[in-house]
Design a protein around this ligand. Structure first.
Ligand code: HEM
Ligand SMILES: *[C@@H]1O[C@H](CO)[C@@H](O)[C@H](O)[C@H]1NC(C)=O
Length: 483
């Protein structure tokens, strides 16, 4: 049904009078012809799912500033990351995010008022801190053991690693949020939630480019019903979080899980954080914490298989440090964080394949933005794309196209750290960064100690599509038990 609406957009947005072009403040900025006239260009590629690659190609062709819409530009110069997203910047999130938020009052990811966001983030940031998360380590261990036991039963056949990684990440979210895994790894499948997330992502990616259409739909939806998939984030996924919350409350738990910590905030500050806000955070754990982590684990395993030399170096490091020490156990976080080559591999996988593949759009504040001799007036939408930033040769080296973990070890890495953009930047940096890092750091070496891994088809490259997240399809891996 989304496509009917696309035609409505097509009809209504190509009629820009010529006179406006002459007054157009962005007219000197190069880019695809269609994009200067209409948001349709952005809508088209957001729907098609190739934005991460298209933006790399466009910046190669047109240079560091590219016009992607009548009122939107993309910048490839990493310095712009500091200007746009840096601490204290006045660039607020664009209306693209409004379609995620809808009418909800508490939405950390989508909130566009920085003052409101700052207060909300302060309420919950402690729940996501490394110190808090370290206490959850036994539950992550439990989920890892469960996954490995399950994988053992699958034998040496071909295993869709992207899918298993997401099933695993979902179970971890259940463990740390509600003291209960969703049971997806045991079942070997999800409960339909993955599809709901995909539908919401695919829908929001494009309708966020024409937010007025979303809000028009919102106004008439009491009459015509819901025609947009983005509703799933507020609908079935929130319903899932609500039922898990309810059953967690009646069941009780001896763990102090995230839900309990969030409820404590609610009890202490009921006016700032009501029960809807607690539910909103639980929902966002489910929505933001599974795909992203699954994608990142799959990317790392894929790159290791594609680069056997790196896999061997990593194996040597793991064997040297952990050795036979943990055949039944799980690699402890404290040890994993000390494995320098492993950590370099994680950085490199997230550099080569950051989970988010679209520009993180922001609004130029009062006073405008002067960049590379161009002037962008206030209210222009501007952003940088992690896939573009991570391929900058000045920062990451002349071989930025290649997976080479050593770059994080053998050169001064301070610039690379500064412009590592997989988790965004500034006040809106990913709040779940440490949780995903714990999962990846522990699961990957534990898995490698247990199994010899390789691609079923070593020549293959997985298909991927970009609907906000760049998700791979069919990373088929064969596992051979080492024992
Ligand atoms: C490797 C895994 C992950 C990646 C690559 C990732 C990436 C990102 C990025 C790029 C942003 C910034 C978006 C923007 O500026 O528009 C973000 C924000 C966010 N992420 Fe993650 N994420 C990951 C895991 C997680 C997990 C595990 C959770 C929750 C349990 C989570 C929850 C959030 C939330 C709530 C925000 C909004 C933060 C705010 O605006 O204050 N993410 N993430
Ligand atoms: C934990 O998160 C903080 C803040 O985002 C970050 O600076 C730090 O590097 C993270 N630690 C690990 C081990 O990823």
């Amino acid at each position: 049904m989304d496509s009917v609406l696309t035609y409505a957009v097509a009809l209504s947005s190509v009629t820009i009078p010529f006179i406006i072009l002459l007054l157009d403040p962005l007219r000197g900025i190069p880019g695809p012809l269609l994009a200067r006239w209409t948001s349709l260009w952005m809508v088209y590629h957001s729907r098609k799912g190739d934005m991460h690659l298209v933006m790399i190609a466009l910046h190669e062709k047109y240079g560091s500033i590219v016009r992607t819409g009548p009122n939107e530009v993309s910048i490839s110069d990493p310095l712009a990351v500091k200007t746009i997203y840096g601490a204290g910047s006045k660039f607020r999130k664009s209306e693209w995010y409004s379609v995620w938020q809808g009418h909800r009052k508490f939405d950390l990811f989508a909130e566009r008022d920085e003052t409101v966001h700052r207060a909300q983030r302060r309420l919950v940031s402690n729940v996501y801190s490394m110190d808090t998360l370290k206490r959850f380590e036994p539950w992550v261990d439990k989920a890892i053991k469960n996954l490995l036991a399950k994988l053992s039963t699958l034998g040496t056949t071909s295993v869709d690693m992207g899918r298993w990684a997401q099933l695993f990440a979902f179970d971890v979210i259940g463990e740390v949020t509600f003291s209960k895994p969703f049971g997806f790894v045991d079942a070997g499948k999800d409960d339909g939630s993955f599809n709901q997330i995909d539908i919401a992502l695919k829908s929001a990616a494009w309708i966020g480019q024409v937010p007025w259409l979303f809000w028009a739909h919102d106004r008439v939806s009491p009459l015509i019903g819901n025609w947009l998939g983005v509703g799933a984030r507020h609908g079935s996924l929130r319903a899932l979080a609500a039922s898990e919350t309810a059953s967690r409350k009646s069941r009780g738990s001896d763990h102090r899980d995230m839900l309990e910590m969030l409820m404590d905030v609610h009890r202490q500050k009921p006016a700032d954080m009501n029960e809807n806000a607690v539910l909103s955070m639980a929902t966002s754990n489910i929505f933001a914490g599974s795909d992203t982590t699954g994608i990142s684990i799959a990317a790392l395993l894929y790159f290791l298989c594609k680069h056997p030399r790196c896999k061997d170096t990593l194996m040597a490091e793991i064997n040297g440090a952990i050795g036979e020490g943990a055949p039944e156990g799980v690699v402890p976080l404290s040890a994993a964080l000390q494995l320098k080559y492993l950590q370099a591999c994680i950085y490199e996988a997230l550099r080569c394949h950051p989970a988010v593949g679209m520009s993180l759009p922001r609004v130029v504040p009062q006073g405008g933005l002067e960049f590379h001799g161009r002037f962008l007036p206030a209210s222009t939408i501007v952003g940088t794309n992690p896939w573009v930033i991570h391929r900058d040769r000045n920062i990451f080296g002349h071989d930025a196209e290649t997976f080479r973990p050593e770059r994080w070890l053998d050169q001064d890495r301070s610039q690379m750290d500064r412009f590592f953009f997989a988790f965004g930047a500034g006040s809106r940096t990913c709040i779940g960064r440490n949780l995903s890092w714990i999962e990846i750091s522990k699961l990957v070496p534990t898995l490698l100690l247990r199994f010899e891994i390789g691609l079923v088809d070593p020549e293959s490259t997985p298909e991927e599509d970009c609907w906000w997240f760049v998700k791979q399809h069919g990373i088929l891996i064969k596992l051979k038990s080492r024992s």
